[in-house]
Design a protein around this ligand. Structure first.
Ligand SMILES: NC(=O)c1ccc[n+]([C@@H]2O[C@H](COP(=O)([O-])OP(=O)(O)OC[C@H]3O[C@@H](n4cnc5c(N)ncnc54)[C@H](OP(=O)(O)O)[C@@H]3O)[C@@H](O)[C@H]2O)c1
Length: 236
């Protein structure tokens, strides 16, 4: 017998930010067979299209840098099995070129929004003994010329993940940082345009490969936590 349409789902729940495109959309697709999904992003049309493809998925359109909007959007989420932070920006430039406003925007979305969304959802994550996965970057380990503010935001994100993991271990919340190299997404197109190079998608990781690492982290057995997963394009 089928359940009534408004019956609570028996499946676990995952929230994926940045699900309107790129890595976040691939993560949502990878999780869809196991989890009901809240699809984060601002492009409501893209979120509706993805939700229509995936069973148990709903758009969750929120401006992540607006703490009041975050508080409203997270109210009523009492149990959350997986939180994947994929939303981010990649604003490049040398230190000489990067003004305070750019530093603030980069940190606002890549770090502060992540911290605030995590804080608001911690009770729900503890209730489910859930997983937090943060899409970091190779730039979370190494800062190259022209990448100071982006790399600094990703170093900060790694520090946030390390502290959160240590704080929440006794509550059963696992925390994983995923550090991909270059991935074939709109963000990478912007990076290559900034660098003045030719865009060759075959040289970059596929978003689905990064999503595979996220799935691996959240399906790891209970006795293990994947603390950091590093992925590089296999071609060198
Ligand atoms: N692409 C790479 O080569 C690469 C490599 C290493 C790490 N990463 C990291 O991977 C993550 C995803 O990158 P991507 O390549 O998939 O980027 P992308 O294609 O540019 O997508 C970025 C996503 O973030 C969302 N977003 C941005 N600002 C937001 C805001 N203020 N509020 C709500 N949502 C916002 C966008 O949603 P809307 O457009 O709907 O607002 C979009 O879904 C980022 O954290 C990035 O730093 C990327």
């Amino acid at each position: 017998m089928s359940e009534p349409a408004d019956a609570p789902s028996a499946r676990p729940l995952a929230l994926v930010t940045g699900a309107s495109r790129g890595i976040g959309a691939a993560v949502a697709r990878a999780l869809a067979s196991r989890y009901d999904l809240l699809l984060g992003g601002r492009d409501a049309d893209a979120l509706e299209r993805l939700a229509a493809e995936l069973p148990g998925a709903r758009p969750w359109p929120v401006e992540l840098t607006d703490p009041a909007a975050l508080a409203v959007a997270t109210a009523g989420v009492d149990r959350l099995d997986v939180l994947v932070h994929s939303a981010g920006v990649g604003l490049l430039g040398t230190v000489a070129e990067t003004d305070a406003e750019t530093w603030r925007r980069q940190f606002d979305i890549n770090v502060i929004a992540v911290a605030e969304l995590t804080r608001l959802l911690l009770p729900a994550l503890r209730a489910a003994r859930g997983d937090v996965v943060l899409i970091n970057s190779g730039a979370g380990f190494t800062a190259r010329p022209g990448w100071a503010s982006y790399a600094a935001s990703k170093f900060a994100l790694r520090a946030f993940a390390d502290a959160l993991r240590a704080e929440e271990a006794d509550n059963g919340v696992r925390v994983t940082s995923v550090h991909p190299g270059r991935v074939d997404t709109e963000m990478q197109r912007g990076v290559v345009a900034h660098e003045g190079g030719e865009y060759d998608p075959g040289r970059y990781l596929r978003p689905e490969s990064v999503a595979g690492a996220v799935l691996l982290a959240v399906t790891a057995p209970d006795d293990a936590v994947l603390t950091e997963v590093v992925l590089r394009p296999a071609g060198g």
